[in-house]
Design a protein around this ligand. Structure first.
Ligand SMILES: Nc1ncnc2c1ncn2[C@@H]1O[C@H](COP(=O)(O)OP(=O)(O)OP(=O)(O)O)[C@@H](O)[C@H]1O
Ligand code: SF4
Ligand SMILES: [Mg+2]
Length: 668
């Protein structure tokens, strides 16, 4: 398949044999044969997708491929798998499975259309679109209906949740898109899911999904560096006041329509609603994330919080008792009763976690939104839980990504997931970073904590942006920095009369911004963390990646704080064992945007002086691809000028520039 004259050489345009890709394919085949586990790291753009798809589609039996995002899921399903299937010429059936909130629900769509309580005219128009869509779609996947934005509020009314799905009692069960997608997944040879779905549904077995995991012979995680965080999210528990308010609303609606005489439903629900709202009012600021320890440290807030929680618990339990007496009146009321009991149990476990059977040490924390509060119970380590879930059935597990190790060492990653780090390998990148890229750390920048920091970053970046003629990403670690940098750049471009388009995160969807960036060819894009990963801009549209700060997780994160405390108690350095490796992996992802093919060239500018001034800085830059390094602005500017010049020459039809021209540019 991978040989010079193999099937890919004719099936894939521009195909070149790559040793790393071949080695990875052999390693994956070995893991499949031995029902073993494999952790494999290979640089961005190596061609990991084909490397795992070929052995998986030939010998993997029933395969689950899990990716980081829905976009990557679509890309695999629509592009990569069909290409490999065609080249292999094997009759492999494939299914795409997303979370239930992606599929239109017949039952809820009908209800929303009938009761007509819509907030806006736009909602009504969207609802009509969705009703029309229902008649033509086969999958019911909302991604197919581009005329209604993905985040339109109306989607919430016409999709189901695990809580409000009627399951086999539903009149539409036979036509249901969710059930249909799951059935297809159960029958297919290869199922494409994402990590959120994998942990929420496949592993933790949402109803109806119970057969998928046990039947799988091979499980492949792409973008596997995201797994520890995603798994942590799902092995923990979250209860939101919105969930409680929704239950109250549904109960009133069902009570009035199915058992009007049985109770004054509004009065039954009122104490629960009040208590849920009171809980939000305990907290003054939006967007706060507070551990219980932090809440209790403030005597006033701690007392209020305790009292309100208790009031909520008691209101919910009275509420559940009333529902129990009416449960026989209708299936929908019975369902509200089940939800009330489940929420009660969860709340009790949260209030007194010591009494609940906990699998692992966990941290309780609260996230405050503008009109809701979420109570989280997060395990500090998921290694034990994940190992237990993996035990039992013999099957192959493959974990792959461009960024799993710290300098070839997988200890941190393997420990997080409870994997055996012996079964791991790093494959060299096919790219020549020493020639293709330059790492530039400017001199004379303030410390990253300084209030002038973002302005200094912009000042330092401007000469490089000019030299490269736009074609730059500015990746910031905070949203505030994104705004500040974007404002400054807008002003500077205007006053200097530069014609470079500025694209800022939030102006449009991620996919749309990237499409525009690729098309424009001289744009500057300012974004935060969501642009650090999975973004693929090949060729000349991107020649400069600027990163403001080393991406250390904010120290006030309650889960991180609790984890660090545990490490400290064990006598370990939380910084060395946890924060630093985490930051290195994040930075490698950000840096990986720059060089995406054998002919890409560019500058990676990191504006954090800790990279050179701190003792740990060396460990960080040594983990990055082996770029040339410089602290001289003139060197970076000259490098970019040459790149730009060479790419213009390339456009004009002359031969690609010799690498000598480029290495000359970096000769200091
Ligand atoms: N041997 C090859 N020669 C030329 N092109 C290839 C080869 N293998 C894969 N490609 C193409 O290169 C592109 C990148 O491959 P792929 O997405 O698998 O990279 P990756 O290793 O997963 O990188 P990333 O970490 O960025 O996701 C794809 O468009 C693919 O078609
Ligand atoms: S089974 Fe559930 S998701 Fe499917 S149509 Fe009925 S309520 Fe909606
Ligand atoms: Mg990939």
């Amino acid at each position: 398949m991978f040989a010079e004259d193999g099937a890919f050489s004719t099936a894939i345009p521009g195909y070149r044999p790559r040793q790393s890709q071949r080695d990875m394919a052999c390693a994956v085949a070995g893991a499949i044969e031995a029902n073993g586990s494999l952790i494999v790291e290979a640089g961005t753009g190596t061609g990991k997708t084909y490397a795992y798809l070929v052995p998986a589609m030939l010998w993997g039996g029933k395969v689950i491929v899990s990716t980081g995002t829905k976009n990557l899921q679509d890309q695999l399903f629509l592009r990569d798998i069909p290409a490999v299937r065609k080249a292999l010429n094997v009759p492999v059936t494939v299914a795409l499975l997303k979370g239930r909130s992606n599929y239109v629900c017949h039952y809820h769509l009908e209800r929303a259309s009938q009761n007509g309580r819509l907030a806006s005219r736009q909602d009504a128009a969207n609802l009509r679109e969705i009703n029309r869509f229902l008649k033509t779609t086969r999958s019911g996947d909302k991604a197919e209906l581009s005329s209604v934005p993905e985040n339109a509020p109306v989607w919430q009314l016409v999709t189901s949740t695990r809580d409000n799905c009627l399951g086999s009692d539903c009149a539409y069960y036979k036509d249901c898109f969710v059930m249909q997608a799951r059935k297809e997944a159960q029958q297919a040879d290869v199922v494409v899911v994402n990590h959120h779905l994998f942990f929420a549904d496949v592993m933790l077995k949402d109803t109806g999904m119970a057969e998928l995991l046990p039947a799988a012979n091979t499980i492949i995680f792409d973008e596997a560096h995201q797994l520890p965080d995603t798994a942590t999210l799902f092995f923990g528990q979250t209860l939101s006041t919105n969930q409680i308010l929704e239950l109250a609303r549904d109960t009133v609606a069902e009570g009035l329509s199915q058992a009007r005489d049985a109770a004054d439903w509004a009065a039954v629900a009122a104490p629960v609603e009040r208590a849920a709202r009171d809980l939000r009012l305990v907290f003054r600021q939006d967007g706060a994330r507070l551990s219980v320890t932090q809440i209790e440290a403030d005597a006033d807030m701690g007392r209020q919080f305790g009292e309100t929680l208790e009031a909520l618990r008691s209101a919910l339990s009275d509420f559940a008792a009333v529902l129990e007496t009416q449960a026989e009146r209708a299936e929908t009321i019975e369902q509200c009763h089940r939800r009330a009991v489940a929420i009660c149990t969860q709340l009790e476990a949260w209030i007194a976690p010591d009494k609940a059977p906990a699998e692992a040490e966990s941290v309780r924390w609260v996230e405050v939104f503008s009109s809701a509060v979420q109570l989280h119970l997060t395990p500090l380590s998921i290694a034990g839980i994940f190992s237990k879930q993996r035990a039992g059935v013999p099957r192959a597990w493959v974990f792959t990504s461009a960024t799993l190790s710290v300098k070839g060492n997988f200890t941190h990653y393997a420990a997080q997931l409870g994997l055996d780090r012996e079964a791991s390998m790093t494959l060299p990148s096919p790219f020549d970073y020493g020639r293709q890229g330059l790492l530039y750390v400017p001199r004379d920048l303030p410390q990253p904590q300084s209030p002038q920091f973002t302005d200094a970053v912009v000042d330092a970046a401007l000469p490089l942006i000019e030299a490269s003629g736009g074609r730059a990403f500015l990746l910031c670690t905070t949203l505030r920095a994104v705004e500040r940098a974007a404002d400054r750049l807008r002003d500077e471009f205007e006053s200097r009369g530069w014609e470079m388009p500025l694209l800022v995160q939030g102006q449009a969807s991620r996919t749309e911004l990237l499409d525009r960036f690729r098309e424009l060819g001289n744009a500057v894009l300012v974004g935060s963390q969501s642009f650090w990963e999975g973004v693929d801009v090949r060729g000349d549209a991107l020649s400069l990646v600027i990163i403001d700060k080393l991406p250390f997780a904010p120290p006030d994160d309650p889960v991180l704080a609790a984890r660090m405390e545990v490490l400290q108690k064990k006598g370990l350095s939380p910084f060395a064992v946890h924060q630093l490796p985490h930051a290195i992996i994040a930075l490698k992802q950000g840096a990986g945007r720059l060089i995406r093919s054998e002919s890409d060239r560019g500058v990676l500018m990191i504006c954090d002086v800790r990279l050179v001034e701190k003792a740990y800085g060396k460990q960080i830059w040594q983990s990055l691809p082996p770029f040339r390094r410089s602290r001289e602005r003139t060197t970076a500017v000259e490098f970019l000028r040459r790149v730009r010049h060479a790419s213009k020459a390339g456009e004009a039809g002359s031969a690609t520039p010799s690498s000598d021209t480029l290495s000359e540019a970096v000769g200091e």
